[in-house]
Ligand binder design. Sequence first.
Ligand SMILES: NC(=O)c1ccc[n+]([C@@H]2O[C@H](COP(=O)([O-])OP(=O)(O)OC[C@H]3O[C@@H](n4cnc5c(N)ncnc54)[C@H](O)[C@@H]3O)[C@@H](O)[C@H]2O)c1
Length: 382
Amino acid sequence: MREIGIIMNGVSGRMGYRQHLVRSILAIRDAGGVELPDGSKVTVRPLLVGRSEAKLAEIAAEHGIADYTTDLDAALADPQWEIYADFLVTKARATALRKAIAAGKAIYTEKPTAESVEEALELARLAQEAGVKTGVVHDKLYLPGLQKLKRLIDSGFFGRVLSVRGEFGYWVFEGDWQPAQRPSWNYRAEDGGGIIVDMFPHWNYVLENLFGEVKSVYSQASIHIADRWDEKGERYDATAEDAAYGIFELEGDIVAQINSSWTTRVNRDELVEFHVDGTHGSAVVGLFGAKIQPRNATPKPVWNPDLEDTHDYDEDWQQVPTNDVFLNGFRQQWEEYLTSYVLGTDYPFDLLAGARGVQLAEAGLESSRTGAKVVLPELKLA
Ligand SMILES: NC(=O)c1ccc[n+]([C@@H]2O[C@H](COP(=O)([O-])OP(=O)(O)OC[C@H]3O[C@@H](n4cnc5c(N)ncnc54)[C@H](O)[C@@H]3O)[C@@H](O)[C@H]2O)c1
């Protein structure tokens, strides 16, 4: 059985450890590999890379992993490792990806792929010139709720889609009287933080893969909470926005509005929800759930401020059943990427797709700075 050596850089981090190492690569290893269309299997061998040898040794011992190192250059020079996977803080990513591409490794990386669209595009070009396969995390597309939404779209349920309203967020504690549940760099612009850089790359691939390419963005970014406390309990100035209110024009005259916030208290069924209105029906989907209202079952409200409305609008929605077994989304995407890598097939979620995500984030920040709507030019490699 073919074994694919994967350099995993940043496995001590939140995403690197939980989603990529434990839930994806080790789950694949422990399941005996990924099954290819012809019934054969390929398996994976991780090499843990990081800055702290002690941390790596601890993770390796806990999970029965033979290989770890603090020497990234040596790992990149060793041909037994075919894929370089990156889960570092955003700021450290581009430098590491550049090195890995130069070493001829295939790339699999977290988003955002870089801090500027120029750099993201340069990485995509370098990878194309080097002829290496690239993959960028598109995990939200694999959420059960969004897979149900995809099925609704593909079945023609909506008729013509008119608009999408997204609500994402929850309260992230300031860190003084309760520890914050996200890393402090998320709130410092100088360290690659900010909810736009974090979330707009997700919104870009969600919108372009489900509804249509994003043509323009208007956004308002806010630092609602300026005083925060870091992992050591020390106060710092938040210099990156903790909320962003965006309007996105999509292909086909679809309007998407998405609020992203770490400063809101949840009053919805899930931490993210999308409400989609179409001529023939509407849907509200979250991480797991999805409910629909076809036009044949749409009530006919009449606005009357003098009369209390006793209609129960929640009752007008019907749950979409869970007819599939959904794998962890990160693992599902890893399996597809590995299959595509081995078979040499085209892989759509590549560094160019990643660059479009960075482009949307950059345009969102520009819009907020200037107060103007920003039109997105098509990104091309050549
Ligand atoms: N796909 C998603 O849903 C999702 C969710 C959260 C974060 N992310 C992305 O994942 C990446 C990591 O985020 P996280 O929340 O796991 O962060 P984290 O702070 O928990 O982990 C960051 C990792 O980078 C390492 N690191 C930090 N500074 C470094 C440096 N200067 N040089 C080399 N290594 C360094 C740390 O040791 C750690 O292993 C970010 O790019 C973030 O945007 C993606």
